[in-house]
Design a protein around this ligand. Structure first.
Ligand SMILES: *Cc1c(COP(=O)(O)O)cnc(C)c1O
Length: 402
């Protein structure tokens, strides 16, 4: 195995994002394969006993066991790190394995975390239920109101955890301002960047310490596998995350890593085209629905901040109907092309009703506090022809009287 000709970190770092997404991190075996090899192996064998001893002692580089290293997984990790502009990355079996690892690897009993109120349902569960069981206190804030982060800090605050734009309310948080407050207090910032992917938003450019992903979303992008990733400094990944990850084993399978590697080859194209479609569909619907939550539209309260942080609007936006659950379900049932599905980042257009699906477990009060009403719908806009998407949306809106 060797890196593809002439590839070293200094060369790959000079590449622009689309080139990194296709060639970054590639290793080639003696077969000279063009597409990355899939190493579906749990173990490795050694020429002699001294070699294996040297590897276990860390004196020699090389594979020892796939919970610790795997060539296909390593290629994906190097590629994601390059796309993110991070020193290092490690992948996990799912986005939630990534979020859990990113938090549990650094929090201990007696620590305090400040977390965004509006978040992916399972991310909220970590703070609401899991961390308190282990003696970690959690304070919720409205992520878009920067002053609330500062006000929530206690002497034992160790982590700030949030996503932007937030799911499904599309609230935008100020990455640079929150990172600055955290740095002044020695707090580690962890951002869930699943909605954007590194093709659209790189939180580290704004001073964020740790970026965690559901790579299930835009990175795979074709609705095939679950995957997660955590990016950070060499120090954070090697000294803080790796001891946790290597001993608890939330690893990504080599097969799924390989699928995501293939997904990354088209990430830049897909993220830009899906954003273009999402903007066109948002503009098309803007005057037909009572409320639209779309970071690129003038009606969004943090449009300027979104445009500063993100390269494009991303594939996801939400909107709110006046007729509550009945009308929202009516729109879903009237769709002929767009699927009813709670996944996002897929190349297919998908729509869901958060109150009865992704955020059902939060209960009515929890949803109300997060700004998720019964009339809210969230759409992931895919790669289909925009005219077909507009036609489907048009006939479905007409079917519910809009
Ligand atoms: C999907 C998602 C997750 C969880 O990722 P999985 O791969 O489904 O485990 C976490 N955060 C956000 C914002 C997501 O959209």
């Amino acid at each position: 195995m060797k890196r593809t000709t002439g590839q070293d970190r200094s060369q790959t770092q000079s590449w622009r994002p689309a080139t990194r997404a296709i060639r970054g991190g590639t290793w080639r075996s003696e077969m000279g394969e063009t597409s990355e090899a899939l190493f579906l192996t749990s173990g490795y064998s050694y020429d002699d006993a001294a070699t294996v001893a040297a590897r276990f002692q860390g004196d020699e580089e090389g594979m020892t066991y796939s919970r610790l290293q795997n060539p296909t997984v390593a290629m994906l990790e190097e590629r994601i790190a390059l796309l993110e502009g991070a020193e290092a990355c490690r992948t996990q079996a799912t986005g939630m394995a990534a979020m859990t690892a990113a938090l549990l690897c650094q929090l201990s009993a007696g620590d305090h975390m400040v977390s965004a109120r509006a978040a992916f349902g399972s991310c909220r569960w970590l703070g609401d239920h899991l961390l308190p069981r282990f003696g970690v206190e959690v304070t919720l804030v409205d992520a878009g109101d920067t002053a609330q982060w500062e006000a929530a800090i206690r002497p034992n605050t160790k982590v700030f955890f949030f996503e932007t734009p937030a799911n499904p309310t599309m609230g935008v948080a100020d990455l640079a301002a929150i990172a600055e407050i955290a740095k002044a207090h020695g707090i580690t910032t962890v951002v869930d960047n699943a909605f954007c992917s590194p093709a659209l938003q790189r939180p580290m450019e704004f001073g964020i310490d740790v970026v965690a992903y559901s790579a299930t979303k835009l990175m795979d992008g074709q609705g095939r596998v679950l995957a997660g990733a955590v990016c950070g400094s060499e120090q954070f990944i090697n000294d803080v995350l790796l001891p946790f990850q290597r001993n608890t084993g939330p690893n990504l399978s080599p097969f799924n890593a390989w699928v995501v590697l293939k997904g990354l080859e088209t990430l830049d194209l897909r993220a830009k085209k899906q954003s273009e479609n999402a903007l066109a569909l948002g503009k098309f619907m803007e005057d037909r629905v009572p409320t639209i939550l779309h970071p690129w539209l003038d009606s969004h309260p943090a449009q300027a901040l979104a445009m500063k942080q993100m390269d494009a609007c991303g594939p996801i936006f939400s909107f709110v109907l006046d007729g509550g659950r009945e009308q929202a379900h009516g729109l879903l049932d009237a769709l002929k092309l767009i699927d009813i599905s709670n996944n996002i980042g897929d190349s297919r257009s998908l729509m869901c009703h958060p109150a009865s699906t992704t955020h059902h477990n939060m209960g009515p009060e929890g949803r109300e506090a997060m700004g998720i009403g019964e009339g809210m719908l969230r759409i992931n806009v895919g790669l289909e022809d925009i005219e077909d998407l507009k036609e489907d949306m048009d006939q479905a809106l007409k079917a519910i009287g809009l």
